[in-house]
Design a protein around this ligand. Structure first.
Ligand code: MG
Length: 250
């Protein structure tokens, strides 16, 4: 069931989104060679709690941290660890959510650690821009297939593959609501977008094959071929005036 939000609820979601976006920004700013992924998580958690919000991911399905920190070939759901130190040239995807007054903001961004290769930079740039393409397509009256195909077309035209096993989602009082928001699809197909819908669009784009697998810890999802992956996400609202990004940092 897709839950449409009132303007009062959208106001709260903007605040939840602001907190999630700032947490992401500060966590990203902490990235440098020698810093542990655990420290990155701690920066995000501390900011969220200081704001009177809750880290949405902490304990979600048993997840042990406030942020997912996914390095290089890790696509999503990387578990922060004290003994995982970042290295020059890594690409570091941080995914973090904040729950504020009962509503969730969810967002992700892939940051470079120091100087990264041209290939890594191009993957990050393309993934970020594929998200922007998806958001641009998310206008009232369009369908989810328009959004997914916009992401897919942009990424595949540049030689990358789109992860199929994980998708975006509705977001609101719960982190994962209906509908599912794939990063691939057919224009003109799927759920029609209506004002008041709030969705998280989150392309996961791989340098090599689209297949992924999950490690024995039950969380860490890696590319099947060991090549790089990038991940960007915004929570957005569908409005009569076009898509509005909810996860905006100060
Ligand atoms: Mg999400």
């Amino acid at each position: 069931m897709i839950v449409l939000k009132t303007s009062r609820e959208l106001k709260i979601m903007r605040e939840a989104g602001r907190i999630a976006a700032n947490a992401l920004k500060f966590a990203g700013a902490a990235i440098e060679p020698g810093v542990s992924t655990w420290e990155i998580d701690r920066v995000a958690r501390r900011y969220i709690e200081e704001q009177g919000a809750k880290p949405t991911f902490l304990g979600y399905g048993g997840f042990p941290a406030s942020a997912c920190v996914s390095v290089n070939n890790v696509v999503i759901h990387g578990i922060p660890k004290k003994n995982h130190l970042l290295r020059e040239g890594d690409i570091v995807s941080i995914d973090v959510g904040a729950t504020y007054e009962g509503f969730v903001g969810d967002n992700a961004y892939t940051f470079p650690c120091g100087k990264v290769s041209e290939e890594a930079q191009r993957l990050m740039d393309t993934t970020r821009e594929s998200l922007a393409e998806g958001i641009r397509a998310a206008v009232a009256g369009a369908r989810l297939g328009d959004v997914g195909s916009a992401v897919q077309r942009y990424a595949e035209a540049r030689g990358y593959s789109v992860v199929r096993d994980y998708v975006g989602h509705g977001v609101g009082a719960k982190m994962h609501e209906d509908p599912s928001v794939p990063n691939y699809g057919t224009p003109g197909r799927g759920v029609r977008l209506l004002p008041g819908m709030t969705i998280a669009i989150e392309p996961m784009i791989n340098q090599g094959v689209k297949e992924v697998r999950t490690l024995n810890d039950g969380w860490t999802t890696v590319t099947a071929d060991g090549k790089l992956s990038a991940h960007f996400e915004n929570s957005i609202a569908i409005t009569p005036d076009g898509p509005v990004i909810l996860t905006v940092a100060d």
